[in-house]
Design a protein around this ligand. Structure first.
Ligand code: UDP
Length: 238
């Protein structure tokens, strides 16, 4: 299965990607390396939207497990995603890539609010748009934020960069004979509870016919390969 021609894509990175080899937080060297890869993608003429998680700093579920109010903890998680977005913006602008951060939680001194039509203009001008704070509501994740923005911005595909090179029928870290799917349909992902993105994000992609490409972002150069339809990946489609 091949993807449709790609003019505009959304790339979702989990917050953990930004840790690089560190146990927590932001590895600026690694973020710099990621920025170079994003620049290369943008320089091919691709319109690039970006969503970054916050798990390298704070996850609402972890706070709730320690007794915090869940919604309050989720807002802290959303703030973490804004910090990551600013770190990536800084790395991109350092190498000459114009970038705008749009946050679902308004923070006028720091970034723009999410305004779809303004984001359109940014993309047309070759700017990378980083959408922060997920959907702006607790009890969601940045996967849902990524699916929502991909639908809203009419992206041709959602690329999910993780630490594994695709979707497996079992946990490849625990089961050496786990099989990687080349392609898998949305309904199988949902019915078998395969680890792709959370169910609401997968359902939103399904309902809007947005292919999800799951690949490993940790290997240098892999982003360019998967955008070119090469490399190891799993495509989730109908
Ligand atoms: N979050 C939220 N609503 C959203 C997006 C994120 O409440 O729309 C919170 C939630 O607590 C989540 C945290 O922000 O745990 C960080 O996001 P996520 O877990 O998706 O980050 P990732 O796993 O991708 O690093």
């Amino acid at each position: 299965m091949s993807l449709p021609p790609l003019k505009r894509v959304l790339l979702k990175l989990s917050g953990e990607v930004l840790m690089g080899s560190q146990p927590f937080g932001i590895d600026t060297d690694f973020v710099g390396q990621m920025a170079e890869e994003l620049k290369a993608a943008r320089d091919t003429g691709l319109e690039l939207c970006l969503v970054i998680g916050g798990g390298n700093i704070f996850r609402g579920m972890a706070g709730a497990a320690k007794g915090m109010d869940r919604a309050q903890a989720d807002y802290m998680g959303m703030l973490a995603t804004i910090m990551n977005a600013l770190a990536m913006q800084s790395a991109l602008e350092k190498i000459g890539v114009e970038t705008r951060v749009q946050s679902a939680i308004q923070m006028d001194e720091v970034c723009e609010p999410v305004i779809r039509r303004r984001a359109e203009r940014h993309l047309q001008k070759g700017r990378v748009v980083i959408f922060a704070a997920g959907v702006g509501a607790p009890y969601f994740t940045t996967d849902s934020g990524a699916a929502l923005r991909a639908a809203e911005m009419k992206c041709d595909a959602l690329f999910k960069g993780t630490s594994v090179d695709g979707v497996y029928d079992d946990d490849p870290k625990k089961n050496a004979s786990a099989k990687r799917y080349e392609t898998v349909d949305y309904d199988t992902v949902l019915a078998d509870n395969l680890k792709v993105m959370d169910a609401s994000a997968v359902a939103l992609c399904r309902d809007n016919a947005i292919p999800i490409v799951v690949f490993s972002i940790r290997e240098r150069g892999n982003l360019a390969r998967v955008l070119a339809g090469q490399g190891t990946q799993t495509i989730v489609t109908k």
